[in-house]
Design a protein around this ligand. Structure first.
Ligand code: ZN
Length: 250
């Protein structure tokens, strides 16, 4: 891998550095929860106070090696601001979501075994667990179009996401997109767990009990009643403790 010069905290806004630290933490957390697919897949965050810029991993870095200073800064035209390689499909997906949804500041994309398995099932996520019921009101679906190298997919993706916060990319994986990094982590964890439960429950072979949508509707009403800024904060504090002593914030 080409060795790029690491960026320095003193050369950027406080908002950019803070975003870098939190996004680097998010990469480390996904690695700890084994939600990685080697060097593939990507997580991104919009840089506050700037027009049309975001941070993404340098292509080739393992998630547990991502640091605030080795994330790559890009714009929506695919220009790297500074230096660093990026995954082209990652650019299409993340710029597509961030361009379509000004309310979104964080995006997680994973290819976990369980989520790809559910994404390959015609009915998608089933209402068979508490985790699924919590996640289902946030969920949309997007059909597979091949590896996302064609920028036209930004349009079909934007259409399919609508105003939701997560998407099952059929035959491909999960996409979660919310206003904050903590909320994005919380929803990804919930969805991934729901997918694992579904695959396990189906493997068990016994008929499944499906829950009525009135239950998930009620859960969603309770979720919406809480201030957006609070979503995922408790979970985020807890996972950050798992990173104590690590160098992600450097
Ligand atoms: Zn992917």
């Amino acid at each position: 891998m080409a060795v790029a010069t690491l960026v320095k905290k003193q050369d950027m806004s406080e908002a950019e550095w803070d975003t870098r630290v939190n996004l680097a933490a998010l990469y480390r957390i996904l690695a700890k929860f084994r939600m990685t697919d080697f060097i593939y897949t990507h997580l991104s965050a919009r840089i506050p106070g700037e027009e049309g810029t975001f941070l993404i991993n340098r292509y080739g870095d393992l998630f547990d090696r991502v640091r605030a200073s080795n994330l790559v800064k890009m714009d929506f035209d695919g220009n790297v601001i500074g230096e660093g390689d990026f995954n082209e499909a990652g650019f299409t997906i993340h710029s597509g979501v961030l361009m379509a949804r000004p309310d979104v500041n964080a995006v997680i994309h994973v290819h976990t075994r369980a989520s790809v398995a559910v994404a390959a099932q015609q009915r998608g996520l089933l209402p068979i667990s508490q985790q699924a019921m919590l996640a289902m009101p946030h969920l949309s679906y997007h059909d597979y179009e091949g590896v996302a190298l064609d920028l036209n997919e930004r349009e079909t993706l934007a259409r399919d996401l609508g105003d939701k916060s997560a998407c099952i990319l059929r035959n491909h994986g999960l996409l979660t997109f919310t206003s904050t990094i903590p909320e994005c982590w919380r929803l990804t964890y919930q969805l991934e767990t729901a997918c694992q439960i579904q695959i396990d429950a189906m493997a068990g072979g016994a008929p499944l009990i499906e829950l009525p949508s009135s239950i998930s509707d009620e859960m969603y009403e309770r979720y919406k009643a809480r201030p957006v800024a609070e979503h995922g904060q408790r979970e985020w504090r807890a996972v950050l403790e798992m990173l104590e002593g690590e160098d992600y914030a450097t």
